[in-house]
Design a protein around this ligand. Structure first.
Ligand SMILES: Cc1cc2nc3c(=O)[nH]c(=O)nc-3n(C[C@H](O)[C@H](O)[C@H](O)COP(=O)(O)OP(=O)(O)OC[C@H]3O[C@@H](n4cnc5c(N)ncnc54)[C@H](O)[C@@H]3O)c2cc1C
Length: 304
């Protein structure tokens, strides 16, 4: 029996564990990945907005976190396959057959990139699907590419790729790009970027590597093929809540609903970080939420 089981070891889960440890709680963190860090593994841009620390990328910031994680005394299991969670009973079942029990559960499972669900999207992973403009642009230098999405991440990536690619085609479903003016204004100066609004990607085509995409412009028009060697998809994220669905209150987009103490509607079940739809989904919000949850759990347990 543990005091706290934390599911997910991104910045939110690690911070919760760190604080729980500091407050003397018996804490177990369960992470499905091989390593801790969550989205930090996908941050290739410099991190200049975490107070007191500057890092060249997520991996570097993670090294700073790791020093604290290593010196703390909470239990951390990586590569853990959770098959089910009974939030009311605070019971976690693993694929290994183990059953774990705690007094409190903290959900820190974060978000994952939304997929288009197109044929070819998964098959071309590593064969033309671009994960990050910052990381992959040298690999795609001199090649024509397509970016899907209309928000900050899509436009920022299109701008990065436009520095090295002869053409960048930005495909956006909506009538207007949603990215902030700081990014959209730069688009005008980049003649190699073509923007197709009210358009969707309908196929990714190729053999051993991406060779083209099929684009459907406005309803009713015939789709056309565009030769590209790379495709980057940035159409937002969705919360990792599959394990908890039906058991806990969520908002209309599936993010876990919490109060200002990080509490869900289930007694002694908390949610922290991106999975709880913070106003600012950032590393600092995630780590702050972890501190709040740990403090509340400690005070509830001490009151018993
Ligand atoms: C490209 C990019 C750039 C960014 N740049 C910045 C920046 O400059 N500054 C900033 O503050 N923020 C930035 N962010 C956002 C920041 O990374 C996130 O806000 C932060 O990582 C959220 O932390 P989290 O712990 O809530 O979730 P995550 O980081 O998503 O971690 C969730 C963890 O839970 C695990 N998990 C999920 N499901 C399960 C399960 N069923 N069982 C066990 N484990 C599970 C995942 O494997 C993961 O390790 C950026 C994000 C991206 C993608």
């Amino acid at each position: 029996m543990h005091d706290v089981i934390i599911i997910g070891a991104g910045p939110a889960g690690l911070s919760t564990a760190f604080w729980c440890d500091e407050l003397g709680l018996d804490t177990l963190v369960l992470e499905q990945g091989e390593e801790v860090g969550g989205q930090l593994h996908r941050v290739y841009n410099p991190i200049n907005n975490y107070l007191g620390l500057k890092a060249r990328n997520g991996a570097e910031l993670l090294e700073c976190f790791a020093a604290d994680v290593d010196s703390a005394e909470f239990d951390l299991w990586t590569q853990t396959n959770i098959t089910s969670v009974d939030l009311k009973a605070k019971r976690v079942s693993l694929a290994s057959g183990e059953e774990l029990q705690s007094i409190a559960i903290v959900i820190a499972t974060g978000v994952r990139p939304r997929e288009l669900g197109l044929p070819g999207e998964k098959e071309f992973a590593g064969k033309g699907m671009i994960e990050s403009g910052a990381r992959d642009r040298e690999r795609f230098a001199g090649q024509d590419v397509c970016v899907v999405g209309g928000g900050d991440a899509a436009v920022e990536n299109a701008l990065l790729l436009a520095e090295v690619c002869p053409t960048v085609t930005l495909v956006h479903r909506g009538k207007k790009l949603r990215a902030r003016p700081e990014f959209t204004e730069q688009l005008q100066a980049k003649h190699c970027i073509t923007v197709f609004t009210e358009s969707v990607l309908t196929r990714i085509i190729g053999g051993d590597h991406v060779e083209a995409v099929e684009i459907q412009r406005k309803q009713g028009l015939k789709p056309f093929q565009l030769a590209v060697r790379g495709v980057l998809i940035r159409i937002g994220v969705e919360p990792n809540t599959q394990l908890f669905s039906e058991q806990v209150k969520t908002d209309e987009r599936g993010y876990i609903a919490i109060n200002s103490l990080q509490e869900t509607n289930v007694s002694m079940v908390f949610a922290v970080g991106d999975v709880s739809n913070p106003v600012a989904p950032t590393i600092s919000s995630a780590t702050g939420a972890g501190a709040t949850a740990a403090k509340v759990i400690a005070s509830r347990l001490n009151a018993k």
